[in-house]
Design a protein around this ligand. Sequence first.
Ligand code: ZN
Length: 201
Amino acid sequence: MATSSAGPEIERLIQLLAKLPGLGPRSARRAALHLLKKQDALMRPMAEALSDAADKITACSICGNLDVSDPCSICTAPGREPTTICVVETVGDIWALERAAAFKGRYHVLGGVLSPLDGVRPEDLNIGKLLDRAAKPEIKEIVLALNATVDGQTTAHYLADRLDGLDVSITSLARGVPVGGELDYLDDGTLTAAFKSRRPA
Ligand code: ZN
């Protein structure tokens, strides 16, 4: 189905852009037009960056992170705590935690969460390798840093069950009042979770 009156090259560009998350056909047309207007300043550098990334970036065979080397730079960094593994849903979650510089151990990317509705089963996720890693004697703690969604929490419970019996402590991120947050503005779920995870003041 044609989305513009442009030639096949532009059509193809629009159709590819429309596959990106958050871009429907309308915003894909706007993005394509913007790229075409800025061919030298934006379109060619972007094409090179895409091609370069596609050639060089690969998934780490240990943790699933995306990097130019396998094992990735986090798995091989000598300064990082080798005893703790932080389990996340996606590589984007590693980026968020690294931006915050909140964690100095190693990661494990599941590649999604269990979801009966979407047909995502345990064997669809990177769980087997996690169990192998968790069973190594140097591992002392597994942090389940999954999203506070129903599927994220179902997955955390499933993993906690599977990891039960290993000589590791299993922890999860605290749920609560965000830094700078005012109680009156919090949604009910956040407020309830904060109340449940209250601690001695
Ligand atoms: Zn890695």
